[in-house]
Design a protein around this ligand. Structure first.
Ligand SMILES: Cc1cc2nc3c(=O)[nH]c(=O)nc-3n(C[C@H](O)[C@H](O)[C@H](O)COP(=O)(O)OP(=O)(O)OC[C@H]3O[C@@H](n4cnc5c(N)ncnc54)[C@H](O)[C@@H]3O)c2cc1C
Length: 547
């Protein structure tokens, strides 16, 4: 790696880049991208990763209760049948340490670590128009050139700590769930404040309540949640899963959302109350994402259809939570079910029946400041020893923008995306040649079981790079008209769904000042995959390839 000063360095004219590709991030995306570049294409790639270990999401999110909510045997790589046979998950929804062990195992199994540089953040990347390559700057003061820059920075990796007055004066400890200390946090005997009731807060609350002296949950938005019904996987389960893995994988890839569930062709409005309730009861007993992806086709399309599911869940919340006043606060009223990322839980609503748990509505009385001893809302003061921010991420664009990417003419990605992210197929951005974004905005990404979306993107990108090599091409860039048409298509599909009806992180609504635009592609994996394939079969339609 060359060490040149940040501002003055650039690849000199005609010089070949040092690497074929720089990949940023060593989670699911970065690991598989490296595997494809090296083992399938035989190229020279290096991964830079901020963390001092691989795993991405599962390296950072070590809070109590952190676990996947896609079933483990769907939430894993599918590219290696050998890996499928070697790895055995202990339960349907394993906790973070097990998922991290899996990703670490994958990195060792395919000898990926030798090309991964840990504890290194990419702080800037500039496109060198003369040499058709990227110069990538890292926080160790060095830089390197690569033909391709592949972002594997993750949709949920830029932690969002809200800007609350007084945080620096707090004399207790505070943590964000997305950058949890490796040594853990001891809650015993402590008064804990948990801010946020999205997927993470819902996972963490029961576990913190069980350990702490007292837990106060500060809720801005009441959320729908479905029980996970986690269970260990027995030897018989495994024999079954192993035998059926090829079929499981086939079904996942041909499904709407990367899960083996099918929406019925019936509308929720076309069945009578008794039958509909029986269907919801069965889905509730099954648990998990099947409630959303295995119910009626119009649940995310029609407000009245959605209301049948929402009312069913509201009824469950009311029956679970003993204090009717608390139940009232926990019943969601301001968004359709599924329009925010749907959490799944283990004893979340039951947690509010504990004597040591208090729920505070911060929509009614917002947080005014953090004090020396705790937190003050507009109508009360709470003494706390520990504050946990389960306040999520600057989703989908945060980590990409924090990389200071400069494309043609020195234009920054931040400038290009000032009115919201614009991509072609979520894979490329006009004005930023040879940059690929794995699960970028405008792709199914966070709306689906992510490893399936990640693999599809990685394979498309590596096939594209192979095509470029075979045809002597050095530059690929999305065309502006293709990008505009894709953004219009994403918006059009989104407007046919109920997703834009919530103030969600899908819309950027959790970050003050962020443009409100629906970022992921809601058309589903199959339709999306067809659009990507279609572009390829028409000679990379919508992209300009140059020798
Ligand atoms: C708590 C939690 C639970 C989840 N559960 C599920 C689930 O059940 N099902 C599901 O489908 N999805 C789930 N997700 C989404 C999850 O993010 C994806 O499934 C998947 O792990 C994403 O992998 P990735 O490699 O694309 O990104 P990540 O795993 O986020 O990895 C990105 C990596 O890039 C690194 N990075 C970022 N910027 C830079 C930089 N400038 N320089 C160097 N390195 C950088 C980060 O440090 C990070 O390690 C969950 C997310 C969270 C937070």
């Amino acid at each position: 790696m060359s060490s040149q000063p940040l501002a003055s360095s650039q690849a000199s004219s005609g010089r070949a880049p040092e690497l074929d590709a720089v990949i940023v991030g060593a989670g699911f995306s970065g690991l598989y991208m490296l595997y494809r570049m090296r083992e399938v294409l035989g190229l020279n790639a290096r991964v830079f990763e901020t963390g001092d270990g691989v795993g991405g999401t599962w390296y950072w999110n070590r809070y109590p209760g952190a676990r996947c909510d896609s079933e483990s045997f769907y939430y894993s790589f599918t590219f290696s049948p050998e890996l499928d046979q070697e790895w055995e998950w202990t339960s349907k929804y394993p906790e973070q340490p097990e998922i991290l062990r899996y990703l670490d195992y994958v990195a060792d199994r395919f000898e990926l670590k030798r090309d991964i540089q840990l504890s290194t953040r990419v702080i800037e990347a500039s496109f060198d128009e003369e040499n058709d390559c990227w110069r990538v700057f890292t926080d160790d003061g060095k830089s390197i050139t690569a033909r391709y820059l592949i972002s594997a920075v993750g949709c949920l990796s830029a932690a969002n700590v809200p800007d609350i007055k007084g945080i620096d004066d707090f004399e207790g400890e505070w943590y964000h769930t997305g950058s949890w200390p490796h040594e853990g946090v001891d809650f015993s005997g402590k008064r804990v404040g948990l801010i946020g009731t999205g997927s993470t807060g819902i996972q963490a609350a029961p576990r913190i309540a069980a350990e702490a002296d007292h837990l106060t949950v500060f809720q801005r938005t009441a959320n729908f949640s479905i029980p996970a019904r986690n269970a260990p996987l027995s030897a018989e389960d495994w024999a079954d899963i192993r035998k059926n893995y090829p079929e499981i994988r086939r079904v996942l890839k041909s499904s709407m959302a990367g899960f083996p569930y099918t929406l019925t062709e019936r509308s929720a409005k076309d069945v009578d109350d008794e039958e509909r309730t029986a269907i919801y009861e069965e889905l509730w007993d099954h648990g998990g994402f099947k409630f959303l992806w295995g119910s009626f086709f119009d649940i995310m399309l029609d407000l009245d259809a959605n209301a049948t599911a929402a009312d069913f869940i509201r009824g469950k919340i009311r029956r679970t939570v003993k204090d009717p006043k608390v139940a009232d606060m926990l019943v969601p009223t301001d968004h359709p079910y599924g329009s925010k990322r749907p959490p799944i839980d283990t004893d979340y609503f039951e947690t509010y029946n504990r004597d040591n748990v208090k729920l505070v509505d911060i929509r009614k009385a917002p947080i005014a400041e953090i004090t020396k001893n705790g937190l003050r809302t507009e109508d009360s003061e709470y003494e706390l020893d520990i504050i946990v921010f389960a306040t999520g991420f600057d989703a989908m664009t945060g980590s990409l923008l924090r990389m200071n990417i400069r494309g043609k003419g020195g234009r920054t990605l931040e400038d290009k995306w000032a009115a919201g992210p614009r991509t072609y197929l979520g894979l490329q951005v006009e004005g930023f040649p040879n940059l690929f974004t794995i699960t970028g905005p405008g792709s199914p990404s966070v709306l689906v079981n992510m490893p399936i979306a990640i693999e599809q993107h990685v394979e498309w990108i590596s096939d594209c790079i192979e095509h470029m090599r075979e045809n002597g091409m050095r530059r690929i860039e999305a065309n502006l008209d293709a990008e505009d048409a894709w953004v219009d298509h994403v918006n059009e599909v989104a407007s046919m769904t109920l997703f834009p009806r919530a103030n969600s992180w899908y819309m950027g609504s959790n970050i003050p000042g962020k443009t409100r635009v629906f970022m992921p592609y809601p058309g589903g994996l199959v339709l999306y995959g067809e659009r990507c394939q279609d572009a390829v079969s028409k000679g990379y339609e919508g992209f300009t390839l140059q020798p």
